[in-house]
Write a protein that binds this ligand. Structure first.
Ligand SMILES: Cc1ncc(COP(=O)(O)O)c(C=O)c1O
Length: 379
């Protein structure tokens, strides 16, 4: 394995070294408390201070208004696929969903257990290579809410506009682009994001809820999914994921120290432009997504030949460019470059791709035995 490793995993993924070192330094004795954060009571003052600091940092970074509550929950974004309809569909029994990839499809399917769910827009006809335009959305003015996934982790597309749904409350899954762009939180009823891409290790889900929408959950909603209960308990209706919350605080500090959300926006542009520019000029590699809708975070690409793709993933790994296999549903490759990925990582990847392409045309791959390993990724 190479000395420097750049991890292109779609999640869990790279975290800032500074945050990991700070956690390492505190691991046995958090600031003279004689306890690891992993051992503390979540009701103790020392942990409550950590919790409040993390919460405030997230509120500051995203400029979350007082109208909204910031929650740190368990169960991943997948649990929110159920929590959202359970909490928001009661009034009308109807919701609109846009399906632009895998996770919005799963959210759409889950919601169908709780009411009438309209397919308000989809890009399934091209295997999710684009984001439907505003005028292609079929909106029901009587819907309880409209749900979309702001960044499609597997297919590599991203909504560059906030859908205008009139009075219908907006809900967004921002699992794979949270803290990578300015968000006008006031426009949303609910925003949720699993933390394991841009914010923290797995185990905590950031959920931002407009307070006036809580308290209307369907009667059979489990307490752990009822936003009113969770807000009342300030994320501590039960034991919260203390360690992941602590790490999220350290990551939020790193984001602040590196220019805040504006700093992250600049980094994501630099990284993704390097790779997209290369892909668009390559004879061997290509990216299928409509250029205007391309994700800054998740960049899928293929050579067009599965054997060459496998060879690429293996050789890249030997050079310290790891976790580049595409999702098992789509194959090929995918480079996920979240906030903690240095621009040098994108440069190293592009340099390797150039070398690979040069060698490929010097001696094209005919049939290469790369073994039987399944090199496709899970997320
Ligand atoms: C956009 C998006 N939504 C939802 C999920 C599911 O998240 P979790 O595994 O935290 O439930 C993922 C996971 O990768 C994702 O990328």
């Amino acid at each position: 394995m190479a000395n420097t490793v750049y991890n292109f995993s779609a999640g869990p993924s790279m975290l800032p070294k500074e945050a990991l070192s700070a956690a390492g330094a505190d691991i046995l004795d958090y600031k003279g408390s004689g306890q690891s954060v992993m051992e503390m009571s979540h009701r103790s003052k020392v942990f409550i201070d950590i919790f409040e600091e993390t919460k405030q940092s997230i509120i500051d970074l995203l400029k979350i208004p007082d109208t909204h509550e910031t929650l740190f929950l368990q169960g991943g974004a997948t649990t929110q696929f159920a929590a959202v309809p359970l909490n928001l569909i009661g009034g009308t029994g109807v919701a609109d969903y846009a399906v632009t990839g895998n996770f919005s499809g799963l959210a759409y399917k889950e919601a169908q257990k709780y009411g009438k769910i309209n397919l308000a827009g989809t890009s399934e006809n091209t295997k999710f290579t684009y984001i439907p335009k505003q005028n292609a959305l079929t909106l029901d003015p009587g819907a309880g809410y409209f749900h979309y996934c702001a960044n499609n982790t597997i297919y590599g597309s991203e909504w560059k506009y906030i859908p205008d749904t009139g009075k219908v409350p907006l809900v967004a899954d921002m699992s794979s682009n949270m803290l990578t762009r300015e968000v006008d939180v006031s426009r949303y009823a609910v925003i949720y994001a699993g933390a394991q891409k841009n914010m923290a290790p797995a185990g905590v889900t950031l959920v931002i809820v407009r307070k006036d929408l809580a308290g209307k959950a369907l009667p059979y909603t489990p307490a752990m999914l009822d936003y009113a209960t969770l807000i009342k308990g300030d994320s501590m209706h039960n034991t919260p994921p203390c360690w992941s919350i602590y790490l999220m605080g350290l990551v939020a500090k790193w984001v602040k120290d590196n220019g805040g959300i504006a700093g992250m926006e600049q980094l994501k542009r630099e990284r993704s432009e390097l790779l997209y520019d290369f892909l668009d000029n390559s004879d061997l590699f290509s990216n299928p997504v409509n250029p205007k809708d391309r994700s800054y975070m998740n960049i899928p690409f293929v050579t067009g030949d599965p054997e060459t793709d496998k060879k690429f993933v293996k050789e890249a790994e030997a050079k310290g460019l790891v976790n580049l296999a595409g999702h098992r549903k789509v194959g090929g490759m995918r480079a996920s470059m979240y906030n903690a990925m240095p621009v040098e990582g994108a440069k190293a990847l592009v340099e390797f791709m150039k070398d690979f392409e040069r060698e490929y045309y010097a001696a094209p791959v005919v049939a290469v035995d790369v073994g039987d390993d399944d090199v496709t990724a899970e997320l």
